[in-house]
Design a protein around this ligand. Structure first.
Ligand SMILES: [Zn+2]
Length: 494
């Protein structure tokens, strides 16, 4: 049995965790912004050895006594302990993803560009070849690494004192079982809606119903190329600046926010945000390509950016860097969903047929939430299983049931969110739907143009991740978090 630590020891560990995360984030930034080929986690882990030792995790665990910061630090130490075992696999997987190429129709395509190639490919037969090439690379190169990592994590979890990974997270206070119940209800209550609206949506975009569409059609459907003219690359950043200005935020003069807009060959095509120092150094990385997907991704990452950039410097490390990630994801979604808000589209973009586009956006949201419901149900089985590889057919079964499009079984490990991050997304969608409902009730449908609404957001961003998403909602609208609120939001848009 491990001995509890003194407050002084806990404070030292938390200061060390702060540096550890900053260094990991900096490395993530350099690698994914295309500034550095390698993704070198080992030297960082070596510098912070103490944090990833089994004894550290166990003694922080023994110190948890109802103080939320200590519990967060305990989760962090456990994740560090497990992460340390699989960092070789993580490094190699990232390097492979950055260097592998597929040969399709005589053309070399980098692994990381395959998804965007599928998205941008109008020829269905070629989409299939691209998707199959991606599946083969995943299976051959990445799955052996993923499988080994999953097995190691399962083995080491028991040494942390939990029978399995699911129980470990239950111990961290993740309400996984209640959420799984809400997922099952959501899948039931929106089944017919998805069959009808999803079918119409797929037909409208690629001329195939959901019974006929294959997995290589999905990214193409998502791409929404028909709407490109309305979402030009050149207007992305100006539209973001103007939207933030309405809320009282001047992006250009925010000294703690860096906008990395430079085009580099190995830069991730998808926008991302890294909060290296909170709130002193937050970077928003984008390679503006235009189109509805790209706009949504930029606004999403801008939501993270503003949340972290407005976080109070006086909060503890745990309240700034750890805590409930449904909070930051909720803020990200609130801004992201402006781009499917008919009122925003009309005002900000003098958009053609905004209601039609907003309805399509709602169908995409329905797909996402149903997909994550199925993913969480799958991950709960996977993370409690003794034989991980045996869950491969279950992945296909649960995802096809929810989506009516069959995924590739080769994604059964790659498509897993570590640390039950899928549950944070699900709670974030509920949080966003309910908070948006509250903002509209209070300031009208154009709430995002109201300086007062901006003041409230900035006040809430200032609290970092000290309160949970549930607490923020209770303190503003007085509601409790309900996934079904997302279904209501979708029905309204349709
Ligand atoms: Zn996010």
């Amino acid at each position: 049995m491990a001995e509890p630590l003194s407050q002084r020891q806990l404070d030292d560990l938390s200061a060390d965790a702060d540096r550890f995360i900053a260094e990991l984030d900096e490395e993530t930034y350099l690698h994914f912004a295309g500034l550095k080929d390698g993704y070198e986690l080992t030297p960082i882990y070596e510098r912070h050895e103490e944090l990833t030792k089994l004894e550290t995790a166990l003694s922080v665990g023994a110190s948890v006594d109802g103080n939320r910061n200590t519990r967060e630090l305990w989760r962090f130490a456990c994740e560090g302990y497990l992460g340390n075992f699989v960092r070789d696999e993580a490094e190699r997987a990232a390097e492979l993803e950055a260097t592998l190429t597929a040969e399709v129709d005589g053309e070399e395509i980098p692994y990381r560009n395959l998804r965007s190639s599928i998205m941008n490919e109008p020829d269905r037969a070629r989409r299939e070849r691209l998707e199959r090439a991606r599946n083969e690379l995943t299976e051959e190169h990445l799955n052996p690494l993923h499988l080994r990592a999953a097995e190691v994590v399962h083995r080491e979890t028991t040494r942390l004192g939990a029978p399995n990974y699911v129980d470990l997270y239950r111990g961290f206070g993740f309400g996984l079982d209640a959420l799984a119940e809400q997922c099952r209800d959501f899948l039931d209550s929106t089944e017919r809606l998805w069959e009808e609206a999803g079918d119409r949506f797929f037909r409208g975009r690629v001329g195939l119903g959901i019974g006929e569409a294959e997995r290589w059609d999905v990214a193409r459907v998502w791409r929404g190329a028909g709407w490109d003219a309305a979402f030009p690359a050149a207007r992305m950043v100006p539209a973001l600046e103007a939207s933030l200005a309405d809320l009282g935020v001047d992006l250009r003069t925010q000294r703690n926010v860096e906008l990395d807009l430079e085009d580099r060959p190995k830069k991730s095509p998808r926008a991302f945000c890294v909060a290296i120092e909170i709130p002193e150094r937050v970077i928003l990385v984008i390679k503006p390509a235009g189109g509805p997907e790209d706009w949504g991704a930029l606004f999403h990452e801008a939501g993270h950016t503003e949340h972290f950039a407005h976080t109070s410097p006086s909060l503890t490390v745990e309240e700034k860097r750890l805590g409930d990630n449904a909070v930051t994801e909720g803020w990200a979604m609130l801004l992201e969903h402006l781009t499917i808000d008919p009122v925003w589209l009309e005002r900000r973009l003098d958009f053609p047929r905004p209601r039609e586009y907003a309805a399509e956006g709602a169908v995409q949201l329905l797909w996402m939430v149903r997909r994550y419901c199925a993913k969480l149900l799958y991950e709960l089985e996977l993370q409690a299983a003794t034989d991980v590889a045996a869950l491969r057919p279950r992945y296909v079964e649960l995802l096809s049931d929810a989506l009516k499009v069959t995924p590739s079984d080769t994604d059964y490990l790659d498509d897993v969110d570590q640390g039950f991050y899928s549950s944070e997304y699900l709670r974030a969608w509920a949080f966003e739907a309910q908070l948006r409902g509250y903002l509209r009730e209070r300031w009208g449908n154009a709430w995002f143009t109201r300086r007062d609404a901006g003041s409230l957001l900035r006040e809430l961003w200032n609290e970092g991740q000290k309160p949970t998403a549930d607490e923020i909602l209770a303190e503003t609208s007085g509601d409790s978090l309900e996934l079904e609120a997302v279904a209501d939001r979708i029905r309204e848009a349709l």
